[in-house]
Design a protein around this ligand. Structure first.
Ligand code: THU
Length: 136
């Protein structure tokens, strides 16, 4: 299946499913992500916290690192959802660290799809969320 046939809502639904695996005993803020590669594969991720805080990992980076660790480097879009106790009350935009990691692997037209309350969906591209990014 081509990655282009996946609808935003389907990707958001997969992020919601991934959010259920969030390991977040310290913040109780659950985040899920679903990353779509250009060859149509989906890599999901959740946030994984740690008692020492520093080793914690965001959902977006979990998904990206899963894909990169399997040799996949070309990405189309990522859907992200999050909320306290897994209840989505608002959009959950990616943190600065995750935006920087996205910029390592993705072009400025990489789509960032945010799932909000109910069926609300907002879409940005990486160039909008990380303008004037650093590059060598
Ligand atoms: N978190 C993510 O998973 N992604 C983000 O982009 C922002 C924050 C997680 C980290 C931590 O486990 C929890 O949300 C509260 O900050």
């Amino acid at each position: 299946m081509s990655g282009l046939n996946i609808k935003n809502k389907e990707l958001v639904d997969m992020a919601k499913e991934a959010m259920k695996n969030s390991y977040s005993p310290y913040s109780d803020f659950k985040v899920g992500a679903a990353l779509l590669s250009k060859d149509g594969k989906i890599y999901t991720g959740c946030n994984i916290e740690n008692v020492a805080f520093g080793p914690s990992n965001c959902a977006e980076r979990t998904a990206i690192f899963k894909a990169v660790s399997e040799g996949v480097l070309d990405f189309e879009a990522i859907a992200i959802v999050g909320g306290k106790s897994g209840i989505i009350e608002d959009f959950c935009p990616p943190c600065g660290v995750c935006r920087q990691v996205m910029s390592e692997f993705c072009e400025s037209d990489f789509r960032i799809i945010l799932g909000g309350k109910g069926d609300e969906i907002k879409e940005f591209c990486l160039g909008e969320l990380l303008p004037e990014s650093f590059g060598l």
